[in-house]
Design a protein around this ligand. Structure first.
Ligand code: NAD
Length: 369
């Protein structure tokens, strides 16, 4: 357990301001139950920060973020700020936090709660019980490599980017993935394109070279095109997958959709010392913002990840996930996870009511233990 469990709460824009307070309530109750000392402060990021301070990431927010153990973020952006130049947009706030805190490991679980198996686009038997963790390198690779740009060559415009990884960048993300595999199913699949790209030949070499330090993890390698196919053909063959920034961007969205709804997907971005930024995968959903319709479960499940990865409290994380499972089992659904319509035994509820159901289930877990 850490001395400084300061949690910085960043609701952001749109439905972020609705789902984050619900998740904070869940966090407070679970922290109390499991004796995890946490304190909270709040700050501005994204569009709301632009409106109030002129910057998507005010100095004060970054300072607070740098001293926090973990950050809980809603989402940023929306039509009100769409016309701003790229460097002034709400998303810059998020990118600034990622780089300011050196959050190089992005964890995207694709976990299908059994009561939602029908909501997947794949056959229920292919996805029931699905539990994959994709570990994506977040601060390097082709998204950041130099040189980059568009320039005139032979009388026409040429666009170019650089796909580059240094050994230390590959090694540190590989170690994160191996350690996660040790805590889960002990299988790690590294995804590359080593048949074509030298940079990923190095990736494969470095990942293989650290494997002996984790003898209890079975390492395999897969080309990214095959990995895409296997994710939709037989997704349950995977436990932990590790890959670079661009392949991870694509594969994590493919894996996410196996589970049905954006409203269910949490994520974590970790620094080397275990500090982290936790946020739902979804955006600000302007189409339903302010209507108490947003599904808060992705944010609540992000809090579970925070307990697991930044607060050393895996029991608290398990309790939240179990409570969510029971709420779904009891038939409660927000609009995004009703599938083809409300079935017998199901009840359509809003953001706040969903939070109350999770709190009630946590109460029941408490009295059962
Ligand atoms: P979105 O994720 O906000 O919404 C896509 C669709 O999914 C919408 O129909 C929305 O109603 C629904 N949805 C999303 N989350 C939901 C939830 N929790 N419960 C119920 N339904 C949910 O993506 P978008 O529409 O492409 O983007 C909207 C804004 O959000 C844009 O400004 C975009 O830049 C921003 N965005 C921010 C982030 C982030 O902060 N990490 C991520 C993606 C998009």
């Amino acid at each position: 357990m850490h001395d400084n469990n300061e949690i910085l709460v960043l609701p952001g824009d749109g439905i972020g301001a609705e789902v984050v307070p619900v998740a904070v309530e869940v966090m407070k109750q679970v922290a109390k139950r499991f004796g995890v000392a946490v304190s909270f402060s709040e700050a501005l990021v994204g569009g709301v920060a632009i409106d109030q301070t002129g910057s998507p990431l005010p100095e004060e927010t970054l300072t607070k973020a740098l001293s926090a153990r973990a950050l809980l973020l809603g989402a940023v952006g929306g039509p009100a700020w769409d016309e701003l130049p790229t460097l002034e947009r709400p998303e810059r706030g998020l990118l600034g936090l990622r780089s300011g805190l050196s959050l190089f490991a992005n964890l995207r679980p694709a976990l299908l709660f059994a009561p939602l198996a029908e909501a997947s686009s794949l056959k229920p038997e292919l996805v029931a019980g699905l539990d994959i963790l994709i570990v994506r390198e977040l601060t390097g690779g082709i998204y950041f490599g130099e040189p980059r740009g568009v320039e005139m060559r032979n009388n026409e415009r040429c666009g170019f980017n650089t796909y580059v990884y240094a050994e230390h960048e590959i090694e540190r993300i590989a170690r994160v993935a191996f350690e996660l595999a040790q805590k889960r199913g002990h299988r790690l699949c590294s995804v590359d394109k080593a048949n074509v790209l030298e940079v990923t030949q190095l990736w494969r070499e470095v990942v293989t070279s650290v494997a002996p330090d984790y003898p209890d993890v079975a390492l395999s390698h897969m080309y990214v095109d095959n990995a895409g196919m296997q994710l939709v053909r037989e997704p349950k063959q995977f436990d932990v997958m590790v890959t670079g920034n661009m392949f991870g961007d694509i594969l994590s969205d493919v894996a996410a959709m196996l589970t049905g709804s954006l409203g269910m997907l949490p994520s974590a971005s970790l620094a080397a010392d275990g500090r982290g930024l936790y946020e739902p995968v979804h955006g600000t959903a302007p189409d339903i913002a302010g209507q108490d319709k947003a599904n808060p479960l992705a944010t609540i499940l992000s809090v579970a990840m925070m307990f697991r990865y930044s607060l050393d409290a895996p029991d608290a994380a398990d309790a939240i996930e179990q409570a969510v499972d029971r709420v779904l089992e009891s038939g409660f659904r927000t609009g995004d996870i009703v599938g083809r319509g409300i079935l017998a035994g199901q009840t359509l509820i809003g953001t706040r009511a969903m939070g109350e159901q999770v709190l009630a289930q946590i109460d029941q877990l408490e009295s059962a233990s």
